[in-house]
Design a protein. Structure first.
Length: 74
């Protein structure tokens, strides 16, 4: 029987879904663990992604190596 193996991009999209449902990072992490067990992201990583989402950064792809963060000086 085939068992689904989520990749990190899939798990990030799941976190974005949880964020849009107004879940907090810790609760979202518990949900990932319940669904994916040992394949779930660490809670600290979930918190980092929620921090990005709160800053309106909804890009779930990896950043390019050496890509600089953009700062708004206005």
């Amino acid at each position: 029987m085939f068992e689904f193996q989520p990749n990190k991009h899939h798990l990030r999209k799941v976190l974005l879904f949880c964020f849009n449902l107004k879940k907090i990072a810790a609760e979202s992490h518990r949900m990932l663990v319940e669904a994916y067990r040992k394949l779930a992201l660490y809670e600290t990583i979930c918190k980092e992604w929620f921090r990005r989402f709160k800053l309106d950064d909804f890009n779930t792809k990896d950043k390019e190596p050496g890509q600089q963060k953009k700062f708004d000086d206005t």
